[in-house]
Design a protein around this ligand. Structure first.
Ligand code: ADP
Ligand code: BMX
Ligand code: ZN
Length: 291
């Protein structure tokens, strides 16, 4: 069985074909449209899957946003070009004429990263630091999605009550400070208008403000991980997303986490599936389910 796997993020859309051993082929990526319209996202998805669809028997999607009954509802619409609602499974089923299932991107990635861990781990948390900050939680070997699909949206926990307003409506969410968008919106002076990716390039070249923006994100992540550890008693936290995977970032989070009391510390690991965790997780969840 070949599954067409799709990952919808706030910055990029990715797709590939997955075989039953989770090998990916034909991987392609395009930017997420910045328009607020459903039509723009639909057209981008059509372009993305067109070269792959004839080789697949079903579709599995990992997408940013709360996914419930196949419908995407953005918790933070700013992360999806302002789009707050999208009938994901209906649109993709119509586009591909194949059966389709969908799950939140970080929940899917948690499923794949859990699969890659040793058998003695039963409780873990995956965090993506990317356009937003997303999360997925495995407890006693089971991925928790919650009754409404909301479980694991750790990016919307409080980091600073005096912090910036988050696109979800709350003040001072982790995501508003630590995510790629959060870092970019805090950049000023000669860094104003830079993306998080550009901020990392400046930091590597010794730019002080760029280094401080990354440090601020890493400190917020470390405090979040300490909170998650005491709330869930997880055995490890796995980090992904382009910022989570960026050189030096995980090391900084580890350093800040080591400043927390022992009980709040937890082993921090880099995502084994790197940028493909969402795609592989979608493939695994398709195998878990019959649809
Ligand atoms: P998505 O959110 O669409 O899943 P990513 O995981 O690539 O996509 O995250 C996008 C964010 O990561 C953006 O803020 C972008 O500027 C930043 N980014 C992309 N590549 C890098 C990189 N190599 N180093 C640091 N940040 C990066
Ligand atoms: C946001 C939220 C999550 C998502 C996370 C990471 C939206 C549209 N998305 O917190 O559902 O998992 O961002 O998303 O509300 P990414 O685009 O950074 O991968
Ligand atoms: Zn929020």
């Amino acid at each position: 069985m070949t599954t067409l796997v799709v990952d919808i993020g706030g910055t990029k859309l990715a797709a590939a074909l997955a075989d039953s051993a989770l090998n990916l082929s034909g991987r392609r990526e395009i930017p997420t449209p910045a328009s607020k319209t459903q039509d723009a996202l639909q057209a981008a998805l059509a372009e993305l899957v067109a070269p792959l669809v004839s080789q697949a028997q079903r579709v599995a999607v990992a997408s940013t946003g709360i996914i419930r009954h196949g419908v995407l509802t953005a918790l933070n619409p700013d992360n999806l070009g302002g789009l707050s609602h999208f009938p994901l499974v209906d649109v993709i089923s119509r586009l591909t004429q194949l059966p389709c299932m969908a799950v939140n991107d970080a929940q899917a990635a948690a499923r794949a990263e859990y699969h890659a861990l040793s058998a003695d781990i039963t409780d873990m948390v995956f965090l993506t630091v990317s356009t937003g900050v997303g999360g997925g939680m495995v407890s006693n070997g089971k991925l928790l999605t919650g009754t409404q699909g909301l479980a694991g949206h750790f990016g919307h926990m409080l980091a600073d009550p005096h912090g910036p307003r988050c696109g979800c409506g709350r003040m001072g969410c982790v995501e508003a400070i630590a995510s790629g968008r959060g870092m970019a919106s805090a950049a000023s002076g000669d860094l104003a208008g830079c993306t998080a990716k550009q901020i990392f390039v400046h930091a590597a070249a010794g730019h002080l403000q760029a280094q401080e923006l990354i440090q601020r994100s890493a400190r917020v992540l470390a405090r979040l991980i300490a909170d998650i550890r005491v709330a869930t008693d997880c055995q490890c936290v796995v980090m992904g997303g382009s910022i989570g995977l960026a050189e030096g970032y995980l090391g900084q989070v580890k350093t800040f986490l080591n400043e927390e009391p022992e009980v709040c510390r937890v082993p921090l690991l880099m995502a084994k599936h790197q940028h493909d965790a969402g795609l592989r997780g979608a493939a695994l969840l398709a195998q878990d389910m019959t649809f």
